[in-house]
Design a protein around this ligand. Sequence first.
Ligand code: NAP
Length: 352
Amino acid sequence: MTILDKTKPVLVTGATGYIAGWLVKKLLEEGYTVHAAIRNPSKKEKIAHLEQIAKKEKGEIKFFQSDLMKNGSYAKAMEGCEVVFHTASPFKLEVKDPQKDLVDPAVMGTKNVLEQANKTESVKRVVVTSSCAAIYCDCTDLENTKEGVFTENDWNTTASLRYQPYSYSKTLAEKEAWKMSQQQSRWELVVVNPSMVLGPALNIHETTSESISLFKQMGDGTLKAGVPNLGMGVVDVRDLAEVHFNAGFNPEAGGRNIASGHNSSMLEMAQILHEVYADEYKIPNKPMPKWLLMLVGPMVNKTLTKQYIRNNVNKVWKADNGKSVRVLGAKYRPLKDTLVDSFRQMIDEKLV
Ligand code: NAP
C-alpha cells in the first residue's frame, strides 16, 4: 500500500485536454502543485482557463513544454513528482495516417512517459488514461463475454490500423504500459478506462477532443434525418475527474478500472435532449434506418464503415462499472444532467 505525500508536485500530461482540464481543477482545489506538461506553453489561449482556476484555488500550477514524440521531454516536468497522470494522447477518429497520427503518439508517448518514470526516483504511482476502446472493439463483442457485460478482464482483440485505429492505438498503448510496469517495482500502475466522455468543457473553443465534435452533431443539424442507434457508454467529465483523482491517491487503487456512468446509445441520448430542447433545436429523436446508414454513412464519415455499422448499430453496449464505484468512490450523476449541461454550454457558446 503506497502512502503519498500531498506536498509533492503532481504531473499531468496533456493538461490542455478536455478531460485533463477537470482533473487539474480538482488537483488545484485540493491544494496540489500541478506540473502541467503541454506541447505549447506559449499559446496563451490553450492555458488561460487553467491559469484562471489556479488563481482562485489553493494549489499552484507550473507549465512545462513536453511532446509525446520527443524522448526525455518529460524529465523536467516529472522532477520531484510522486504521482504522474498520463492523459495525453490524440483522440481523433478521422485521420490521414493512423500509424503516424494515432498509434505513434499513443504508444511511443506512453513509452516515453514511463521511461521517464523509470528514471525519476520520486515516482511512486502512474495513472494512465486508457479507454473502454481498449476493452472492446464492437458492441457485438458483448456476445463473447462470459457474463454478457464488458469487464476489466476484457481486451479489444480486433481493432487494427485499418479498422477502428483510435481503439487500436489505445489498446497498444495500454498494453505497453502494463508491460513496462511489470518490468520494474518502484512505481505502481493504475489504469482508468473511460467510456465516451461528455459534459461541459473548461476550454470549449480550444479543445480538439472528439467528445465535443460528436456531441455538437446532436444539435447542429448534422443528424436531423435521424441518429445512428449506436450502443455506447457515457461518463461525465466531472465525475471522471474524481475517478482519476482517487486513482492517483487512494492507496487501494490498482489494475484497470472501467469509468462509465451509463450504458446508453446515441439514440437514447438524442431522445433525452429532444424532450428538453426540441422546440428550439433540430435534435433527432428517431433512429436513422440501418440500410440508409449503410448507404450514406461511409460517404459522410470515413469511420462509419459497413463493418462498423453492422457490428454496432442497433446493438447493446453494457459494461460493469462496479469496481470504480467500490474502489475509486465513483459517483455517477444522472445521464440527463450530463447531456443538458453539455448542450446548455453549446447554446451559450453559440456552437449549435
Ligand atoms: P483532448 O482534449 O484532445 O486531449 C488530448 C491531449 O493530448 C491534449 O492535451 C493534446 O495536446 C495532447 N496531445 C496530443 N498529441 C500530443 C503530442 N504529440 N504531444 C503532447 N501532447 C499531445 O482529448 P480528451 O478527450 O481530453 O482525451 C484525453 C485522454 O482520454 C486521451 O488519452 C483519450 O484517449 C482518453 N479518452 C477520452 C475519451 C473521451 O470520450 N473523450 C474516452 C476514453 C478515453 P494539445 O492540446 O497540444 O493538442
